[in-house]
Design a protein around this ligand. Structure first.
Ligand SMILES: [Ca+2]
Ligand SMILES: [Ca+2]
Length: 351
């Protein structure tokens, strides 16, 4: 049940963060910025983890296929099924399709992750998963051309603290949601076709005991007791980029996450598409919370990998509604399959 609550919180948090991303200061980036012309990634790395997805079946000692069984397989407007995750032609395929034959009619999709945290790890004997504290993380992938169905490569702290009462506030050092690539297609009618959004979120869960300020919105949780401030609205930074041929060809998406434990001013997160740096956050990363400017810094805890395809968005109260930010999935041809193809996942350490 703990996990269910965690995800419910995450759903609320992400919804708000997403709304702010598109309504707030980033409104202009609806159109998407072009990728820089010049490649700038320094590939002076040593490989420390790879999955080329060249086998016949997914390596379940590295990856957990999440099916949200504790939530009736549901997250947002998609049902999660292990059958929608498989290997084919050297790629990981996360397939999204509409099914009328299952007992629950609707959109089915898939989710894999590599957490080794005791609360989230796979129950398969011998499971090892993978996490890393810093490094260069990259996939080569092609995302489906589908409204309301969005692919993502992202990372989360592998300590279960993020979004919980253990989350250290006013700091990203205890971990952040690092969204290396997401492919939203639309937002409330504004088409985001051929766009990707690198985003970093932190501190997205506040207890009412921390602040006493009328300027923030309060919601009541499902028990009707605890209240959480929505000030985490501002606890993110992100951008939107136009990627030509996003849906018809493979591209690399990566983040160079560098931690300097001796001189933190050297630490950074740099995001890349096809070796072109799109977006950087450094150790001076500031966010504004309750009229205070807070230095969030760069995450400094091990994080695990996630490859997911989600369907639809959510409303503010966490109720699952189709297409509240990325478009209505039911506008797609329901007879087709929508496949997120991942050629590889590779993780490197700087030399
Ligand atoms: Ca924090
Ligand atoms: Ca491959």
């Amino acid at each position: 049940m703990k996990k269910f609550d965690w995800f419910k919180t995450l759903i609320i948090v992400e919804t708000i963060a997403i709304v702010v991303i598109f309504i707030g200061t980033l409104f202009k980036s609806f159109q998407g910025e072009p990728l820089p012309a010049e490649k700038s990634l320094n590939r002076d790395f040593t490989l420390v983890f790879q999955d080329e997805f060249d086998g016949l079946t997914l390596d379940l000692l590295r990856w957990k296929i999440e099916d949200f069984s504790g939530n009736n397989n549901l997250r947002r407007a998609g049902y999660y099924s292990k059958d929608n995750v498989f290997l084919q032609n050297g790629n990981l395929v996360i397939r999204t399709n509409y099914s009328t034959s299952n007992n629950k009619e609707g959109w089915y999709t898939g989710w894999i992750e590599s957490s080794v945290n005791v609360n989230q790890k796979n129950d398969i004997e011998g499971y090892q998963g993978f996490n890393s504290r810093g490094g260069y993380f990259e996939i080569r992938a092609q995302v489906p051309d589908s409204i309301g169905i969005w692919s993502a490569f992202w990372m989360m702290p592998d300590n279960n603290n993020y979004g919980s009462d253990k989350d250290i506030l006013s700091s990203a050092e205890d971990g952040a949601e690092i969204d290396i690539m997401e492919s939203p297609y639309a937002y409330l009618g504004s088409i985001m076709k051929e766009k990707v959004t690198p985003v970093v979120h932190a501190d997205e869960f506040y207890s009412s005991t921390w602040y006493n300020d009328d300027s923030v919105k309060i919601v009541t949780n499902e028990n009707g007791t605890d209240k959480y401030f929505y000030e985490y609205l501002k606890s993110y930074s992100g951008r939107t980029y136009y990627v030509p041929k996003l849906y018809t060809s493979m591209h690399t998406y990566g983040v160079d996450w560098y931690i300097d434990d001796i001189d933190d001013s050297n630490s950074y997160l740099r995001f890349y598409v096809d070796d072109r740096m799109t977006f950087e956050i450094n150790s001076d990363w500031n966010i504004k919370q309750l009229n205070r400017v807070i230095k969030m810094s760069i995450p400094k805890v091990s994080e695990y990998l996630l490859l997911t395809v989600e369907v639809g968005g959510t409303s503010e109260n966490g109720v699952i509604t189709p297409g509240s930010w990325c478009g209505d999935p039911n506008k797609n041809d329901k007879s087709k399959n929508y496949d997120f193809l991942v050629d590889y996942v590779r993780v490197y350490k700087r030399n």
